[in-house]
Design a protein around this ligand. Structure first.
Ligand SMILES: [Mg+2]
Length: 271
């Protein structure tokens, strides 16, 4: 029986200095991403060896909102230098097979976005209408799929988040606030749908999923067993979730270790 381990990366398996928490020493860390010459993301050495060993009993599928360029900066989640057979990137708009995007998949997603009018060109005027405030530092477009704002969290009006969420949901866009990034995601772009495609291709029969943000919830809901990092946006926003979704006991980078220990346990049981 093939177990598919479909996991988010940032703040689930890999962590920046700001998000890793206090319960870790320098000796425990290993760098997994470098950006502009500086180390940006880390795992614990323990997590890395657990992740590498998982391949003996499960199939590891990265499922990330990172674009291809951002994803390709992450090294060290796979042993050796070969691209993994599959990776879900751009929140599910793109699936890489042996490092190359599957064109038919993205074409299908594009068609859905166009027919539902959830394309960036339609969104930008709405963003301008609602967010003229001085807390928007930058507006970034992710490979023509979705948009994220870099916001000044100190000035961001948290109390208005529910209102914005409802407003943009009506237009077909899901919102997610992760650190300094405020994402606007077309409803047709989901991690769950891309995971289901890979699950089918692999003939996997059981899915273990992990994540931390609101953008991960559809993935976690569609899996058989899921873990939600307790430090994340999804737990903070207190959205009701199904019983097969379990919160980690640990916070920060140690939650990553906890998730990987649980995957190893479950995939060995099901082997
Ligand atoms: Mg995340």
């Amino acid at each position: 029986m093939t177990v598919l381990f479909a996991s988010d990366l940032d703040q689930t398996l890999i962590y920046s200095r700001n998000s890793m928490g206090m319960e870790v020493t320098e000796d425990e860390l290993i760098e997994v991403e470098r950006y502009e010459g500086k180390p940006l993301s880390f795992m614990t050495k323990k997590s890395q060896s657990k992740l590498w060993n998982i391949n003996e009993s499960a199939f590891f599928l990265p499922v990330t909102t990172r674009t291809q360029a951002q994803y390709e900066r992450v090294t060290g989640i796979f042993e050796g230098s070969q691209s993994p057979r599959f990776a879900v990137i751009s929140n599910g708009a793109v699936i890489l097979e042996n490092g190359q995007p599957i064109k038919e998949w993205s074409d299908g997603i594009r068609q859905q976005c166009v027919s539902r009018k959830t394309i960036i060109r339609e969104l930008l005027p709405e963003i301008e209408r609602h967010f003229s405030e001085d807390w928007v530092l930058k507006v970034r477009e992710a490979d023509d799929w979705f948009v994220y704002l870099i916001v000044d969290r100190a000035r961001f009006p948290e109390d208005k988040l529910d209102f914005y969420t409802t407003t943009f949901k009506k237009l077909g866009w899901g919102m997610s606030l992760q650190g300094r990034k405020l994402y606007f995601m077309p409803e047709s772009i989901t991690k769950a749908a891309a995971m289901e495609y890979v699950k089918e291709r692999l003939g996997a029969s059981y899915v273990f999923a992990a994540g931390d943000s609101l953008l991960d919830l559809d993935l976690l809901e569609s899996a058989d067993y899921s873990m939600l990092a307790s430090h994340g946006e999804a737990v903070r926003s207190a959205v009701p979730v199904s019983e097969h979704i379990h919160q980690t006991q640990k916070h920060g980078i140690k939650a990553g270790e906890e998730i990987l220990a649980r995957v190893a346990e479950i995939s060995l049981q099901r082997k």
